[in-house]
Design a protein around this ligand. Structure first.
Ligand SMILES: Cc1cc2nc3c(=O)[nH]c(=O)nc-3n(C[C@H](O)[C@H](O)[C@H](O)COP(=O)(O)OP(=O)(O)OC[C@H]3O[C@@H](n4cnc5c(N)ncnc54)[C@H](O)[C@@H]3O)c2cc1C
Length: 359
């Protein structure tokens, strides 16, 4: 079988790259291990314009948001499925430090934009105080969204299957031979191979020098009839994502340096940490109905790292798309396009995300 690009891994990264390459007329084959639990399958799928304790705007948020919404809309049109929707986030300030930080942001916005103007398109928050803890107030972020990531992965897989562009399997980098003409893996002859392996991205002979700092995350499925009417994502030191009918997802932990064999193991400590976040958010009772864990692939914060292998011996045949961290839904589409443009049309890669220029 002869193809242009062999893609290893069908998480967010491999899927988004496949869409961009196919849109440029490339023949691709995506090979994935088809595991039940992966980072993308566990991901909440939330896009947040203002993040963290510092309440800072997300890195290049507006630009990446514009591209991501357009890309998901295109994929929805092609698959006939509803996958992405804008959904506001109600951010409740969790402690005095956050409240002080928010006051600073408000003063800055007033000085730069004018009296009564709020930062990054935020608006005043209205929330039911019989359900949620709001002692310190908060704000609402309209420019937020949610991707049904498992739905997106499955829709992509079906699309690829119909084009004979998907296979279940494990690609071992040791089994790939690279020549001047291209790469060979089993009976597949490809122009190049791009590794999109998530947190295991440096467990192959080509990229064992890329430093990862992965972060395991645990999330809960919960039922909370008392908050059933809430349609926004609630964020207060953790997040609560409405799934309809009083069901929610809640998260998440950040655990650094997890041993490989515990990557998808849930723990009582992880469950307790997320439940504590929920108790800090909700005044009404909830019941835990599910618990999952996976590892976020982190290289430089949550910024993508893309490009071809720096070694001249590999003749531009071996590439990399990884490092989506906790922001894969927002960052993925923009940098998938940038990598596809680089591979197909030789367009430059921005220095900040260029694998060749960062290590
Ligand atoms: C608890 C949790 C919550 C999260 N919440 C959010 C969120 O709200 N918003 C957000 O944007 N992001 C979130 N994320 C992060 C998001 O999940 C990641 O950014 C994204 O899924 C990474 O995608 P990926 O394709 O790089 O990796 P993965 O999803 O891990 O995909 C890699 C794929 O490659 C396959 N693979 C690996 N090696 C091989 C091989 N040798 N051969 C064949 N296949 C192989 C794997 O089986 C897997 O399917 C969350 C993550 C976690 C863990």
């Amino acid at each position: 079988m002869k193809i242009d690009t062999l893609i290893v891994g069908q998480g967010l990264a491999g899927s988004l790259l496949a869409w961009e390459l196919i849109a440029r007329g490339q023949r691709v084959l995506v090979v994935d291990r088809d595991e039940a639990v992966t980072s993308s399958k566990v991901a909440a799928g939330i896009v947040t314009p203002i993040t963290g304790m510092r309440l800072a705007p997300t890195w290049r948020g507006e630009e990446l948001w514009r591209y991501a919404t357009a890309a998901y809309r295109r994929i929805e049109t092609q698959t006939g499925q509803w996958l992405f929707r804008p959904i506001p986030i109600a951010r409740l300030l969790a402690n005095d430090k956050e409240a002080l930080q928010w006051q600073k942001r408000l003063s800055q916005a007033a000085a730069e934009l004018g009296e009564d103007r709020w930062p990054s398109g935020t608006v005043p928050l209205e929330i039911d105080t019989t359900i949620f803890h709001d002692q310190l107030g908060g704000f609402q972020m309209p420019g937020a969204g949610w991707l049904d990531v498992p739905g997106f992965l499955e829709a992509t897989r079906q699309y690829l299957l119909e084009r004979l562009a998907y296979a279940i399997g494990r690609v071992d980098a040791e089994e790939i031979s690279v020549t001047y003409e291209g790469v060979q893996w089993k009976n597949i002859e490809a122009g190049r191979v791009i590794f999109c392996q998530g947190w295991e991205g440096n467990r192959n002979r080509f990229f064992d020098w890329v430093p990862f700092r992965n972060a395991k995350g645990q999330i809960l499925d919960v039922e909370c009839p008392g908050a059933a009417a809430e349609e926004r994502i609630i964020n207060r030191a953790g997040w609560l994502l409405p799934m309809g009918g009083g069901r929610f997802r809640a998260g998440a932990t950040y655990e650094w340096e997890t041993p490989d064999d515990e990557a998808t193991s849930t723990t009582p400590e992880g469950r307790e940490e997320v439940e504590a976040k929920l108790r800090g958010m909700l005044k009404v009772p909830f019941t835990v109905t599910g618990h999952r864990a996976a590892v976020r692939p982190v290289i430089r914060e949550s910024r993508a790292m893309i490009g071809l292998h720096p070694s001249a011996e590999l003749f531009e045949r071996v590439g990399f798309f990884n490092g989506l961290g906790s922001k894969g839904v927002l960052n993925g589409p923009f940098f998938a396009r940038q990598l596809a443009e680089h591979l197909v049309n030789g367009a430059p890669i921005e220095r900040e995300v260029d694998l060749q220029k960062n290590f």
